[in-house]
Design a protein around this ligand. Sequence first.
Ligand code: ATP
Length: 241
Amino acid sequence: SSTPHLLQLSQLCVSYGPVEAVHQVDLHVAAGEIVTVIGPNGAGKTTLLSAAMGLLPSKGQVSLSGGVIVRPTVEAMVAQGVGLVPEKRELFGEMSVEDNLRLGGFSLWRKGERDQGARLQEVFDIFPRLQERRAQMASTLSGGERQMLAIGRALMAKPRLLMLDEPSLGLAPLIVREVLQVVASLRDRGVSVLLVEQNARAALKVADRAYVLEMGAVALSGNARDLLHDQRIIDTYLGAG
Ligand code: ATP
């Protein structure tokens, strides 16, 4: 179809000095899609996400709904409805759950949208656990709760595209499933997702489409369910468990 994709990366290249970490990546996320990028350690997944969010300079093109972002910056991406949940989660440990969430809504507040209460309630509906713990200090949360808070904080800015960097990192398998199921359910709330994961099996189970990144380049892409049954993917990424 001729409808432009929500996010389109075209021939994206990212270098650290002389070393090219991401090489000519073409990737898109259509509205309503959950797309995952899987691949081994050091394949360039975090680098790709950071460049797409404007945290790192890149060559090539980043477009949102067909509009080319000439030089992506975090401010420009946030203003256009993109949210990022970084791998390190970057919460304010000495602040309450609620205050961490309110900080996430700051960009809307600046735009004159003052009804943070309603937004806060929506996030609490998605993560009831955060509501129970709204007054608790972020540093005292469990790993899974911290990940929920990081996602909730990004959702406070009402993104239409949420990019997540390894939300499963350090979480027990049961919690991974819980967090990823919530991520997948965001689609029903009008949020599309770009999910970077080393946990290929868990990611392929919730995603619509997937890209396999190897040594900075797309080695394979396709329907997530097909890749889950692809012998090369099984041998390389789904072997254990
Ligand atoms: P992981 O899952 O381990 O985080 P990844 O797929 O996210 O891996 P990246 O972190 O994007 O991979 O790293 C891609 C390549 O770029 C690696 O070779 C890494 O060593 C290199 N790299 C990452 N950050 C930097 C940096 N700040 N300076 C120089 N090289 C870097």
